[in-house]
Write a protein that binds this ligand. Sequence first.
Ligand code: FES
Length: 97
Amino acid sequence: MTESTARPENKPPARLIVCVGPNCDAHGRGRALLAEVQATLSVAFPDALADGRLKIATRQCLRLCTRDPVVRLEPSGDAFSDPDVDELIRDISAALR
Ligand code: FES
């Protein structure tokens, strides 16, 4: 039986992409979500953010427009409209394992 060569340190970083495009940021909701996510994740995952295992990025449109702000978590590709930040924390925790 061959042992897996994938080592945890070779995992791609988790990246949370927050859309701040014209639909998501209508009435400032996309940027408000970005600020909430940045504040929450900096408390929940300070080490992962510092060492690059977790990144936060923005996009102008994820081509998933709804009436609410949209985020996408990579590498899973899971997307959420108007996400609950506590649920995002759970998903990010799983992605970092
Ligand atoms: S503007 Fe955010 S998904 Fe299109």
